[in-house]
Design a protein around this ligand. Structure first.
Ligand SMILES: Cc1ncc(COP(=O)(O)O)c(C=O)c1O
Length: 392
């Protein structure tokens, strides 16, 4: 039977592939330390769980409007207005079953066949895959370690053309943990405005940052509201990955289009999940703050231990929960090093090229796991990499 050509554009996310390989080794009796999956090991905070259970018990188990319940849309408009310093109404908000459907909806809304979309390399794999899926031309811009993994701005400016339809940014970024500096955001916004280019800003880690400075979003720059989508969600910040709750901030002019898109694709987001999300937003953010404090402690530990391994250099990430050490001195492909660490030392992590070509020479470690695992995994990595150096 013939299948649609566009299916050939799809591929799995590296983290899920390595997780499956690691689980297979576990089934064979091998002890594995998991650093591959980007999922907080924290449980969903109890007041949020209770809100979900109450919602189910009180019969909130039916369809809601495709764009989300009015109460949640209004609460999200209020929260995002306060955080980004831009006045929003519920008409700017679409609730989605996780961030990924919001990524899908934003790209589906702006990319036509042949349109160029600029995106960071390395970055979350779904960006490039979906640009290809929608028939667009994916235009990678390298992130430079010497710029703390921000865009190579020279390359960026050269790649903007009259075919550029959208620019994707992700801050704090996966896999690097980088927060894009304000001066870059201003320059990107300027170029986008001058050339009528959409900006899609992925801000799912905006609540997980390790400084007291206010989070800077490109959305806050004057003149951006009419041509910018924000994708954000509850998965990471409220440890709700399995609940499936995200949202898309959009210009009001897109409201009906996104409504129809969600209506035909998913009908709506689960109603009890939306109720739990409402309570998450309105509740005390104390649990979030203590989770971020703990993640910071782990980040400091991981970065210190990585830098103690001869041949590795690792800068401290400013947000998210990923370390992105440089392993170029081992003169092996990142993929080979990642495979070796999994096979011979039981450490499951991702090679940088799972996020794009410019990830060559790096590994990604998710430190959203407990201290015991971090200690064990880093000990194994040290032995593994010292053994590798001795063979060179
Ligand atoms: C940048 C980025 N966007 C989206 C997601 C997926 O979010 P969700 O589980 O809410 O779909 C992730 C998860 O790893 C991510 O790192």
């Amino acid at each position: 039977m013939r299948i649609a050509q566009r299916l050939s554009k799809l591929g799995p996310e590296g983290a899920f592939k390595v997780l499956a390989a690691a689980e297979e080794l576990e089934r064979q009796g091998k002890s594995i330390v998991h650093f591959e999956i980007g999922q907080p090991d924290f449980n969903t905070f109890s007041y949020i769980k209770e809100a979900g259970i109450d919602a189910i018990n009180s019969g909130k188990t039916k369809y809601t409007p495709s764009l989300g319940t009015m109460t949640l849309r209004k609460e999200l408009a209020k929260t995002v207005s306060e955080q980004r310093g831009v006045k929003l109404s519920y008409r700017n908000v679409a609730v989605t079953p996780g961030c990924k459907p919001a990524i899908f909806a934003a790209l589906a809304s702006v990319v036509d066949r042949g349109d160029e979309v600029i995106y960071p390399d390395p970055s979350f794999p779904a960006y490039k895959i979906l640009i290809d899926f929608f028939g667009g031309e994916a235009v990678p811009i390298p992130l430079l370690e010497e710029r703390k993994f921000s865009f190579d701005m020279q390359a960026f400016k050269k790649k903007v053309s009259n075919k550029t339809r959208a620019i994707i940014i992700n801050s704090p970024g996966n896999p690097t943990g980088t927060i894009i500096p304000k001066e870059d955001l201003i320059e990107i916004a300027d170029i986008a405005k001058k050339n009528d280019i959409w900006v899609i800003t992925y801000e799912i880690y905006s609540g997980i940052i390790y400084s007291d400075k206010r989070y800077e979003s490109i959305y806050s720059i004057p003149g951006m509201k009419g041509s910018t989508f924000i994708v954000d969600g509850f998965s990471k910040i409220y440890a709700m990955t399995g609940w499936r709750l995200g949202y898309l901030i959009m210009p009001e002019s897109m409201e009906t289009h996104i409504d129809y898109l969600l209506n035909n694709a998913v009908s709506c987001t689960a109603s009890f999940t939306q109720e739990a999300g409402l309570v998450a937003l309105k509740g005390s953010q104390r649990d979030v703050r203590s989770m971020v404090r703990e993640l910071r402690r782990r980040r400091d530990f991981v970065v210190e231990k990585l830098n103690e391994i001869p041949g590795i250099t690792c800068a401290a990430p400013s947000g998210a929960f990923y370390a992105f050490p440089n392993v170029k001195s081992f003169h092996k492909r990142s993929q080979e090093i990642a495979d070796y660490l999994l096979r011979d030392f039981g450490v499951a992590l991702l090679d940088g090229t799972a996020f794009g070509k410019s990830g060559e020479g790096y590994l990604r470690i998710s430190y959203a796991t407990n201290m015991e695992n971090l200690e064990e995994g880093l000990k194994r990595m040290k032995i593994g990499l010292q053994t590798l150096s001795a063979k060179l």
